[in-house]
Ligand binder design. Structure first.
Ligand code: DMJ
Length: 482
């Protein structure tokens, strides 16, 4: 594979260059190339490289998820991808290793989204043909009495199966395939995928919930009943709300269904879930809701919501949504600034204005809260993108270079603390500058984290928000395309 390095930063006059967008974009591209080389050398064809031990992991079907998830970022960055194309040409979507079952959600967002995006960026038929092949592998998930898909598909029996450990279907999973399945139907001229995906939205729209527009995160696919009261914009709920807005953008006003549902969710969110913090009225958090009570905790995953509100503010020309988005984004960035590594934690909590805390906190958490307006509840960082994702939207919407500086600070911290001899690893403890690595380089680091970082320093016409909508794994799909 002919990967060509640009001049290393150590040979450049950093002080004059470091603030230039071109320099920063190039450094991010070099980080991508560095990490991909490590994957190429030690784990080619496996899902991910373990960048500390230089061993491999296959948690995403064993179909080489890094290759497909990273492909559109390579195309966007202008990196040659012949070997990836060749690998995809020979790839069979059959059971690998001991596991016969695949997770529908991860397969859709990483593989199908990656292939569709590669097709839309290149018009290379190989990627469309592979998308159709994969779409057909996923269809048995929808063969339930309700039409709500199961969490997994058994590749051998060609049947849907409940999620890991028999878990019911997850809101964020059943509501995060509509962009991909719609585009697949449009491109393949086969309506089946869209029909199946749309049915899920129709079912949910008809349901009345305690918090209008917001849905509990587990649903039984066989009888359509919710099996929990937990409502959240964080993990398990997140991308369902993300996709309501993005479907609206994708279909260009052809129906108001998605935006009606999204607005209902957001109006309730504004009334019930948007919180400030005791002593920190400038911080804007989103609580979760369980058993009729607020849960004053948030995750890194929830931080995508800042970008989602910003995207809505832009398309609906709605300043309150833009401001909400900017505030949530700044609050999430604050969780980065407040740790010793200047990398944000996986989980954090705060004290509500009326003094509610969701779990007991110790002395050091109290001290951290006093200083920064949050405390850490889960100190790990797994190379997630959500905070840079929201900063990307903040920059694209406001053009304020402050957001580029925020993104650059995050990139520098990742470079400093996560870089290993062959790639980038997650951290076990962002509060500790000598934290251990977790030995995992998630494929979304290539698909999302590095892509959003790169785009923040690129011309805004590169994947313009007026022409493209990102799937939840940051794979751009053309608005109105197909
Ligand atoms: C990604 O796979 C997607 O962004 C998903 O929606 C949530 N989790 C990861 C990244 O954190």
């Amino acid at each position: 594979m002919s990967i060509v390095y640009t001049q290393p930063s150590s040979l450049q006059n950093v002080s004059s260059l470091e603030s230039s967008n071109q320099f920063r974009a190039n450094e991010i591209k070099n980080a991508f190339i560095y990490a991909f080389k490590g994957y190429r050398k030690y784990a080619w064809g496996h899902d991910e490289v373990q960048p500390v031990t230089n061993t491999t992991s296959d948690n995403y079907n064993g179909w080489g998820v890094t290759i497909i998830d990273s492909l559109d970022t390579m195309i966007i960055m202008g990196i040659e991808y012949n070997d990836s194309r060749e690998f995809i040409k020979n790839l069979k979507f059959t059971a690998k290793g001991s596991s016969k079952k695949i997770g529908v959600f991860e397969t859709v967002i990483r593989y199908l989204g990656g292939l569709l995006s590669a097709y839309e960026l290149t018009k290379d038929d190989l990627f469309l043909n592979k998308s159709i092949e994969l779409g057909n592998v996923l269809l048995p998930a929808f063969d339930t009495p309700t039409g709500i898909p199961t969490g997994m598909v058994d590749l051998v029996k060609k049947k849907g199966a409940l999620g890991v450990n028999g878990r019911n279907s997850v809101l964020a999973e059943i509501g995060t395939l509509q962009l991909e399945f719609r585009r697949l139907s449009e491109l393949s001229k086969n309506p089946i995928y869209l029909k199946k995906a749309q049915k899920v939205i129709d079912i949910l729209q008809r349901k009345c919930t305690k918090l209008p527009g917001l849905y509990p995160v587990f649903i039984n696919p066989y009888n359509g009943r919710f099996t929990t009261t937990l409502v959240t914009w964080g993990g398990l709920g997140d991308s369902f709300y993300e996709y309501l807005l993005k479907q609206h953008i994708m279909v260009q006003n052809k129906t108001s269904q998605y935006i009606d549902m999204w607005m209902l969710a957001v109006n309730t969110t504004m009334k019930k879930l948007v919180y400030t913090a005791k002593g920190f009225s400038n911080l804007t958090y989103l609580v979760q809701w369980e058993n009729g009570q607020p849960l004053v905790e948030m995750g890194h995953l929830t931080c995508f919501a800042g970008g989602n509100f910003l995207l809505a503010g832009k398309f609906l020309n709605n300043t309150s949504l833009t401001n909400l988005g900017l505030n949530v984004t700044a609050t999430c960035y604050n969780t980065y600034i407040g740790t010793n590594t200047t990398i944000g934690p996986e989980g954090f909590g705060w004290i509500s204005p009326s003094g509610v805390i969701s779990s007991k906190i110790n002395k050091s958490q109290k001290a951290m809260y006093k200083k920064h307006g949050f405390f850490v509840t889960d100190a790990s960082y797994i190379l997630r993108p959500e905070v840079v994702e929201s900063i990307f939207y903040a920059y694209r919407v406001t053009h304020d270079p402050k957001y580029q500086d925020w993104a650059w600070n995050i990139f520098k911290s990742i470079n400093k603390f996560c870089k290993t001899s062959t790639g980038f690893s997650g951290l076990k403890d962002v509060t500790n500058i000598t934290s251990d690595w977790n030995n995992s380089q998630q494929s979304f680091f290539f698909a999302e984290t590095l892509k959003y970082l790169y785009l923040i320093f690129s011309n805004t016409s590169l994947i313009s928000l007026d022409e493209w909508v990102f799937n939840t794994e940051a794979h751009p799909l053309r608005i109105g395309g197909g």
